[in-house]
Design a protein around this ligand. Structure first.
Ligand code: CTP
Length: 411
């Protein structure tokens, strides 16, 4: 699965709307993820979506009949669209055409999808996909701005190769982004960080040794990315500083890619004063080579030794600069005497919360999608969490930070 496999998707009632564009086939991937994550998925599609993808495909994947006609001949169904709108906990229209967006903004309900969309009382995510000229057309831009003003979550299209054969903005946002927005739509506390800035570090740093070699570790950034998704879902402004990784970072207000610990420190220093919360999830290299050589080191002897010098401790540096309104969260990777060592870090680095994990435990630590952690708070709180997806760990971290407890501990 992925670190997105949150319990919020489990048993969630999600209505997926598919409108007519070439990206319609990508809705399959979304439906598949949701069914796998335990959501109950219903699908509605427009007539033109049916030209790109068959209802049978969507029925098979969602395991439910697909809705597309306001007045099917077979049975009485005059209020199907209302029943479906009332049933849904969150709705995502992916892909959404310019036509659908235009109708939604103007209250036009002339087919099953647009009529249902007008009847919704739950959060709605709209993920547009279209030709780049259409996307940039003043009418589409105006309509999208209007939807945003009306609290519709717009998961904007990406830049890349379009079906027309050229590059431009208009591709449907990738699955990770669709899930990020849907997670926000399903979140029980979507405004709990509204007006706050959350600064996060994620992933590893790479310390160059020579042009071909680096010193690094196994971190991929998933835990930090999960924290960023969680902060986004709670309405925060998110600044995410991350090291090199193959994992796609979430969409945030400010994304800063760095390589070395020194660069990470500089990026964090730049944004720290605006931050209300700083979460330091990065696996920062404690040491770097004393010098980075301009030429490749040759294999001259049968032995060699490296001289290392210590890197700045980013979290400890911010702990010294911390103002009373700011909250600091650190991670403690420990393989022995975890609680004792983590409490020490909490104190020494001037933290409000420390997330203790042992990378040696099954399902925990680097590169995996789950984690098993203990949260230790400044006021003596201690919350042992079961094995959870990294996104659920992130939710628990914010719950404890904001309220001092989490329901996830007892589930
Ligand atoms: N950290 C940091 N800068 C460093 C090292 C660590 O900001 N140079 C942060 C990490 O992001 C994490 C916390 O400090 O939030 C603790 O990291 P960890 O590696 O567990 O501990 P260290 O402080 O490096 O101590 P040790 O390696 O001795 O356990």
């Amino acid at each position: 699965m992925s670190y997105f496999a949150s319990r919020l998707f489990q048993d969630a009632r999600v209505l997926v709307g598919v409108t007519g564009g070439i990206a319609a086939y990508k809705s399959c991937e979304l439906i598949r993820f949701l069914v796998d994550a335990g959501s109950e998925v219903r699908v509605m599609m427009t007539e033109s979506a049916g030209r790109f993808i068959t209802p049978l495909t969507l029925e098979t994947l969602s395991r439910n009949p697909v809705f597309s006609e306001l007045f099917p001949d077979s049975e009485f169904s005059g209020t199907h669209h209302i029943n479906l709108a009332d049933w849904a906990q969150a709705v995502i229209v992916a892909p959404a055409t310019a036509n659908f967006i235009g109708k939604l903004v103007n209250g036009i309900a002339d087919d099953f999808v647009t009529t249902t969309a007008l009847a919704l009382s739950c959060p709605l995510v709209v993920a547009p996909a279209m030709n780049s000229n259409m996307w940039q057309h003043f009418s589409v831009q105006r309509n999208v701005a209007q939807l945003k003003e009306n609290d519709v979550l717009i998961c904007e299209p990406e830049e890349g190769f379009l079906a027309e054969g050229y590059h431009g903005i208009g591709r449907l946002a990738r699955l990770e982004y669709l899930l990020q927005y849907l997670y926000r739509a399903l979140h029980p506390e979507p405004n709990s960080l509204a007006g706050k800035t959350v600064l996060i570090t994620a992933g590893r740093t790479e310390e160059p040794l020579d042009p071909a070699r680096i010193l690094t570790n196994r971190s991929t950034g998933k835990m930090g990315f999960a924290l960023a998704v969680e902060a986004f879902a709670r309405g925060a402004r998110v600044v995410l500083v991350h090291g090199p990784t193959h994992v796609i970072p979430p969409r945030v207000d400010r994304l800063v890619g760095v390589q070395t610990a020194q660069q990470m420190l500089e990026a964090v220093e730049k944004h720290f004063d605006q931050a209300d919360v700083f979460l330091s999830a990065a696996a920062v290299a404690d040491f770097r080579p004393a010098s980075s050589r301009p030429d490749k080191i040759k294999k001259e002897n049968s032995e060699m030794s490296l001289q290392l010098v210590s890197n700045p401790d980013i979290l400890a540096t911010m702990g010294e600069r911390k103002k009373p309104r700011q909250r600091l969260v650190g991670f403690a990777v420990e393989t022995r005497q975890g609680v004792q060592n983590a409490r020490k870090k909490l104190e020494v680095k001037n933290l409000d919360l420390v997330v203790l994990n042992n990378p040696g435990e099954p399902g925990a630590g680097f590169a995996v999608d789950t984690n098993r952690v203990t949260l230790l708070g400044k006021a003596g709180e201690r919350v042992e969490l079961p094995l959870l997806s990294k996104l659920d760990v992130a939710r628990a971290v914010f719950e404890v930070l904001l309220k001092g407890s989490t329901d996830l501990a007892n589930e």
